[in-house]
Design a protein around this ligand. Structure first.
Ligand SMILES: NC(=O)c1ccc[n+]([C@@H]2O[C@H](COP(=O)([O-])OP(=O)(O)OC[C@H]3O[C@@H](n4cnc5c(N)ncnc54)[C@H](OP(=O)(O)O)[C@@H]3O)[C@@H](O)[C@H]2O)c1
Length: 240
C-alpha cells in the first residue's frame, strides 16, 4: 500500500483529497494545525490507513524535524501533496507585513522545505510523486490577491524546475491549479463575484473539491507515470 502525505488535509480541498485517496487504496497522512470534525469522522472509519499529524507550517525551523519524524514513521513514502495554504487577501498598500510574511512562509517556503526533506526517502527508493496545489490566480491575476498570486506562481515555477531535477531518479513533480471553489478560504468572496465567475466559465459552473481530488489521484497513479513538470488546471473552463 502506497503512503501519501497531504498537507492541509483537515478541511476544504485537502479533506476532499484525503477522502478520495483513502477510497482509492492509499495510506494517507493528513497534516494540519488541528483536526476537524470532517477529518475526525474519516479517521474513525479508516483508522487502519489514515492518520493525522499536527504541524503549523508557519514554523519553518521545525520542518526538518517534522519531516524526519514523518519519514521514520512512514517508511517507503510514495507521495506528497503540498496543499496547505493561507488565502489572505487585501490591496497591497493596506496588506499588513505580517500577513505578507505568513503567506510567503506557509505557501512557499514551507512546501519547498517539506519537499526537500521528504524527497530524500523517494530518491533512495527511486520512486515518488510530488503534487503542488497552485491556483488559476498564478496565471490570471485577481485584484486583492497580488501576494497570494505570487505564492501560487512560485509553486508552478518550483514544480517545473524540480521536475527536471528529480526526473531521472523516477520522481514526478506536477501542479494542480484549481479555479475558484467554495471553501473556508473563499468564504470572503461575495456571492455576486462567484456568480460572475460561474457565468463566465466555459461549463457554466464552478469546480468542486472532488474534481481537484480526481486530478491528484490521476497524477499519483500509474496512468500519469510519464506526466511531469506540468500544471493541470481544474476550473470548469473559467480560464479557457
Ligand atoms: N478554494 C479555492 O477557490 C482555491 C482555488 C485555487 C487554489 N486553491 C488552493 O487549494 C488549496 C486548499 O485550499 P482550500 O480552499 O481548501 O483552503 P482552506 O479551506 O482554507 O483550507 C486550508 C488548509 O490548509 C491548512 N493550513 C492553513 N494554514 C496552515 C498552517 N499554518 N499550517 C498547517 N496547515 C495549514 C488548513 O488546516 P488547519 O486549519 O488545520 O491548519 C486547511 O486544512 C490551497 O493551496 C489553495 O491555495 C484554492
Amino acid at each position: 500500500m502506497k503512503t501519501v502525505v497531504v498537507t492541509g488535509g483537515t478541511r476544504g480541498i485537502g479533506l476532499e483529497i484525503v477522502t478520495r485517496l483513502v477510497g482509492d487504496g492509499y495510506r494517507v497522512v493528513a497534516v494540519g494545525r488541528r483536526p476537524s470534525a470532517g477529518l475526525d469522522a474519516l479517521l474513525a472509519a479508516h483508522a487502519d490507513v489514515l492518520s493525522f499529524a499536527a504541524y503549523d507550517f508557519d514554523d519553518l525551523a521545525g520542518i526538518h524535524d517534522f519531516a524526519t519524524r514523518l519519514a521514520r514513521e512512514h517508511p517507503g513514502l510514495y507521495g506528497l501533496v503540498n496543499n496547505a495554504a493561507l488565502g489572505h487577501a487585501g490591496l497591497l498598500p493596506t496588506l499588513h507585513e505580517r500577513d505578507i510574511g505568513a503567506l510567503l512562509r506557509v505557501n512557499v517556503e514551507a512546501p519547498i522545505l517539506l519537499t526537500k526533506y521528504l524527497l530524500r526517502p523517494m530518491l533512495i527508493r527511486g520512486e515518488g510523486r510530488i503534487i503542488n496545489i497552485s491556483s488559476v490566480v498564478a496565471e490570471t491575476g485577481y485584484k486583492g490577491l497580488a501576494v497570494y498570486g505570487a505564492t501560487k506562481a512560485a509553486l508552478t515555477g518550483f514544480t517545473r524546475s524540480l521536475a527536471r531535477e528529480v526526473g531521472k531518479a523516477g520522481i514526478t513533480v506536477n501542479a494542480v491549479a484549481p479555479g475558484y471553489l467554495a471553501t473556508d478560504m473563499t468564504s470572503g468572496i461575495a456571492d455576486g463575484q462567484l456568480d460572475s465567475i460561474r457565468r463566465r466559465s466555459a461549463l457554466g459552473r464552478l469546480p468542486e473539491g472532488s474534481d481537484v481530488a480526481a486530478a491528484v489521484t490521476y497524477l499519483l497513479g500509474e496512468g500519469a507515470r510519464n506526466v511531469t513538470g506540468t500544471t493541470l488546471t481544474v476550473d470548469a473552463g473559467s480560464t479557457a
